[in-house]
Design a protein around this ligand. Structure first.
Ligand code: SF4
Ligand code: SF4
Length: 440
């Protein structure tokens, strides 16, 4: 059985299992922002099931499938053991494949190439070759004879904020674990191709990465990125199981691994961090949020503050489909954080950090990644170059700042400038009602 056949079988299974009761639709935070809040839930679900069966569905089902931000509120709503998040994701795939037909391969290639180029350029504008080779080791590299304790799968886009990954590796090393890294565009989870409706290429990429990780033979296979984690959890691993009968492969989110070894980690969290900290939570993996809170509460003198605000999206960029909704959620969170008098808003995931970090110049608190707080308590630091660049007002200032690395990596300045602009690193979207100038 090939990957495409496994996908089709799974879509049929979801279509057969779903009773079309519509409870998942009622629990979804994206229906209003997508303009289908008044739609009849059962009718939308009949469209979702129709899409899964290879048919045209209906307009509301297509809108819902396109608007899904993987928040996962639907999962608990289902009384029938169906995972609606996976089902809606598969319906979106089916709808895109049907709509784009022969164009899916070209679209997938274009989307993957754009991501690979932007990761290559943006990571090289921040790091020298030696660090890049550690964070993005080439797939054919030589390996030590003995298997490491853990493999750490970074995904691709996290390399745009490499200080986060550097700190993760520092933590793993300081906890006494040996590790190997799998990451960068040569270790793709296949999500870009999947979103373009190209199941075959998505499967080839994801299964090749699964093998890269598996061959390391580590006891624990860690992953950083929630987008890769969900592509593996919902698509690659179940398909692999269907194709081979092998159900042994699993990825563990990095923070859940840290929580599991909290006794070891707590011994390293020795320096006080005198900050009042709120968290930029994301609902897609509740276990990760729970783990991060547990870790933050282990940092000496750090005061953790809960913010009671609505949350959506696997990461901030998953809300791009509903920009007004995304802005509103961000503004509510900033206001709640300021009202609570926090010194620090901590992002968990890299894409949230990319989209929020530069707002620091307009709000009354710092915006850092949670790994920076963990690092601070351990006495290790990695500079957030991405934020420093993003807070510059002009792309030419960024180019000047990176001129040495530009020439050392032999990057084409025109290409680098285009990537900086296309990635919105230089676009500074600081619109929003809640802005303050006084910094605490
Ligand atoms: S995962 Fe979230 S956004 Fe997607 S369908 Fe479920 S509730 Fe809606
Ligand atoms: S996925 Fe579950 S909650 Fe959603 S319509 Fe089907 S049976 Fe109902």
């Amino acid at each position: 059985m090939d990957f495409g056949e496994a996908l089709n079988i799974r879509m049929d299974e979801f279509a057969a299992a779903c009773t079309q009761c519509g409870k998942c639709f009622e629990a979804c935070p994206m229906t209003g922002p997508a303009g289908i809040g008044d739609a009849e839930p059962k009718m939308v679900l009949s469209g979702i099931v129709d899409l899964l069966r290879g048919n045209a569905g209906n307009a509301e089902a297509e809108s819902w499938a396109s608007a899904c931000s993987s928040s996962g509120y639907c999962i608990e709503a289902c009384d029938y053991g169906v995972n609606p998040r996976t089902m809606v994701r598969l319906a979106h795939f089916a709808s895109t494949r049907l709509r784009d037909g022969d164009a899916v391969k070209g679209n997938a290639m274009k989307s993957f190439r754009a991501m690979a180029k932007s990761v290559r350029v943006i990571s090289r504008l921040q790091l020298d070759s030696e660090v890049i080779d550690k964070l993005q080791p080439p797939p054919g590299r030589s390996r030590p004879q003995t298997s490491p304790d853990v493999s750490f799968y970074t995904g691709c886009n996290a390399h745009k904020t490499p200080h986060i990954l550097i700190l993760c590796l520092e933590v793993i090393r300081a906890m006494g674990f040996t590790y190997e890294v799998v990451g960068g565009p040569t270790a793709c989870c296949g999500v870009f191709q999947f979103l373009s409706g190209d199941g075959e290429t998505s499967g080839r990429a994801g299964l090749s990465t699964l093998r890269q990780i598996d061959e390391i033979g580590a006891r624990e296979k860690l992953s950083w990125c929630p987008s890769c984690q969900s592509q593996f959890d919902e698509i690659i691993i179940p398909n692999h199981e269907k194709m081979t009968g092998d159900s042994d492969f699993a990825l563990t989110p990095f923070f859940i691994f840290l929580e599991r070894h909290i006794d070891q980690l707590e011994k390293l969290l020795v320096l006080p961090v005198r900050k009042r900290v709120a968290l930029n939570e994301r609902p897609g993996y509740p276990g990760v949020v729970r783990a991060v809170k547990r870790i933050l509460q282990s940092i000496p003198e750090l005061e953790f503050v809960e913010l009671n605000v609505p949350r959506a999206g696997l990461m901030s960029n998953y809300l791009t489909v509903a920009p007004k909704f995304k802005d509103e959620l961000r503004e509510q969170e900033f206001k709640a954080a300021a009202d609570a008098g926090v010194t620090t808003l901590a992002t968990i995931f890299h894409a949230c950090h990319r989209e929020l970090c530069h707002f620091e110049e307009r709000v009354a608190f710092e915006i850092v990644n949670v790994m920076e707080l963990i690092g601070q308590s351990m006495g290790v630091k990695a500079e957030d170059v991405y934020k420093r660049l993003k807070m510059m007002s002009e792309v030419e200032a960024m180019m000047d700042d990176c001129s040495d690395l530009l020439s050392r990596h032999g990057l084409d300045p025109n290409e680098a400038r285009d990537v900086l602009l296309a990635d919105q690193l230089a676009a500074k979207p600081l619109q929003g009602r809640f802005v303050e100038n006084d910094r605490r």
